[in-house]
Design a protein around this ligand. Structure first.
Ligand code: PGA
Length: 258
């Protein structure tokens, strides 16, 4: 069975004390994990990683990741952070290619390929984000667009490497807008992504690949989205910032997985 995953993208929110208090409250509010519980991946700003990795050390089903990393392992890159540094403070995952990084920080498919390649040797699993704009969807070009993102940023990996990757489908028009893709749209794209990966790497890798949906996922729509056969969980932005809005999303995935 494929891994079930809820990733919480805090983006640029929560100072040190607020983040710590929030993580502690979250642990108290989550139901005790069972063998089929979803894995939870918290993606806080870098400043939290070291403390949270100690605070959450005994929580077997809660992991930590970063929202970005540089494509080089070290060097004179003022203001940047490298994969081995993230690993050294307890991160096990890293978001690569979030649409905000693509749009606001000019990250393109070629650069993202380098970031994915940089993360893997340090046991950082990339959560690779892909997804189309409203204009691309209006023209019916969404699958070709996403395919190009996968081909240019992921398909240079070996089979062993791609088995470490999680894909998050996040249509740009749904991120932070309150407009969620319909279950039909989500299932169609997730199925398409799985078949692209299957064509490139074979049936076993395609079937094992976790594909998360992101974009205005919340307590109201989580259950129906997670019920789609090719949806293995969610990448949650706004609704991950409060315990009351995040826990029901985790519960929804656990119900679907049970
Ligand atoms: P949202 O963000 O849930 O606030 O739409 C999702 C994301 O950007 O990963």
């Amino acid at each position: 069975m494929r891994a079930k995953i809820i990733a919480a993208n805090w983006k640029m929110n929560k100072g040190y004390h607020v983040g710590l208090t929030f993580a502690q409250a979250l642990v108290r509010a989550l139901e005790p994990p069972t063998h089929h519980s979803a894995q939870i991946i918290l993606l806080p700003p870098f400043i939290h990683l070291s403390t949270l990795s100690q605070t959450l050390a005994i929580q077997q089903h809660i992991h930590l990741g970063a929202q970005n990393c540089h494509q080089d392992a070290y060097g004179a890159f003022t203001g940047e952070i490298a994969a081995p540094m993230l690993r050294s403070v307890g991160a096990q995952y890293v978001l690569v290619g979030h649409s905000e990084r693509r749009q606001l920080f000019n990250e393109d498919n070629r650069l993202l390929a380098k970031k994915v390649t940089a993360a893997l040797p340090h046991a950082l699993k990339p959560i690779f984000c892909c997804g189309e704009s409203a204009e691309t969807r209006a023209e019916g070009g969404q699958e070709a667009f996403v395919k190009q993102q996968l081909v240019e940023s992921l398909f240079h990996l070996t089979a062993q490497q791609i088995a470490q990757v999680i894909i998050a489908y996040e249509p740009i028009w749904a991120i932070g807008t309150g407009k969620t893709a319909t279950p039909t749209e989500v299932q169609a794209m997730h199925q398409a992504i799985r078949s692209m990966v299957t064509q490139q790497y074979g049936e076993a890798i395609g079937q094992d690949l976790p594909i998360l949906y992101g974009g205005s996922c919340n307590a109201q729509n989580a259950h129906v989205l997670f019920s789609c056969p090719d949806v293995d969980g969610g990448l949650i932005g706004k609704a991950s910032l409060e315990v009351a809005s995040f826990v029901p999303i985790v519960n929804a995935l656990n119900e679907v997985a049970a």
